[in-house]
Write a protein that binds this ligand. Sequence first.
Ligand code: ATP
Length: 239
Amino acid sequence: KTKNKILEIKDLYVNYGAIKAIKGIDINVNKGEIVTLIGANGAGKTTTLDTIVSLVKAKSGVIKLGEEEITNVPSDKIIQKGIALSPEGRRIFSNLTVYENLLMGAYTRTDQEEIKKDFEWVYSLFPRLKERRKQKGGTLSGGEQQMLAIARALMSRPKILMLDEPSLGLAPLLVKEVFEIIKKINSEGTTVLLVEQNAKAALDVADYAYVLETGIITMEGPANEIANNPDVRAAYLGG
Ligand code: ATP
């Protein structure tokens, strides 16, 4: 497989006031891969994703999409350039219908015909959302809201889909379903950056993995190697 770097993070630092959340991390994502960032609660996983899309400002360091530097570029511009975030805790619009939620995901686009095609694409990935397209987001089950958050992110037709804890709070059967869909989205050409506390599920689906501990990358490698590492097994995979 030829490696073609699509996202590059170099020596990134992020602070919240006096709290040093990210302390000099390097991350590379190659085109077509699923890359996962695993680590305990508070390690800085969400902060990393939020910084990539400028919801949080980088203190120093460089973030590049292909050859272009995107550090601290406004979020809507970054979405237009091809990065989408499905945020933790789903954060869908409860009072908007499923259809309207999806439309919000396409808000930076003007290509009406292509948007129509992408509705068909996400409805084919998530048939339940099609059935419920007229229902208010708030009436969906937890699993369906998670699907909606992912589908909404896809409506910007990203080159890179970033998923923050897509399995959080889901029953095991739904976790399996969400990960199957992530695999399918990836196999259809979207590069994926996946943040998870469910390290087992994430390492099962990923090509490459980074372990983040209190703002520092402590380990990285092919996902199967990370999954077999004794330290990772002890700390994140229940021994
Ligand atoms: P979680 O799975 O709980 O989201 P995480 O690995 O994503 O964990 P972050 O949410 O990125 O970790 O948090 C990293 C550190 O930054 C933590 O110490 C956290 O308390 C702190 N932090 C996160 N958001 C803020 C904020 N808005 N203000 C101050 N500190 C914050």
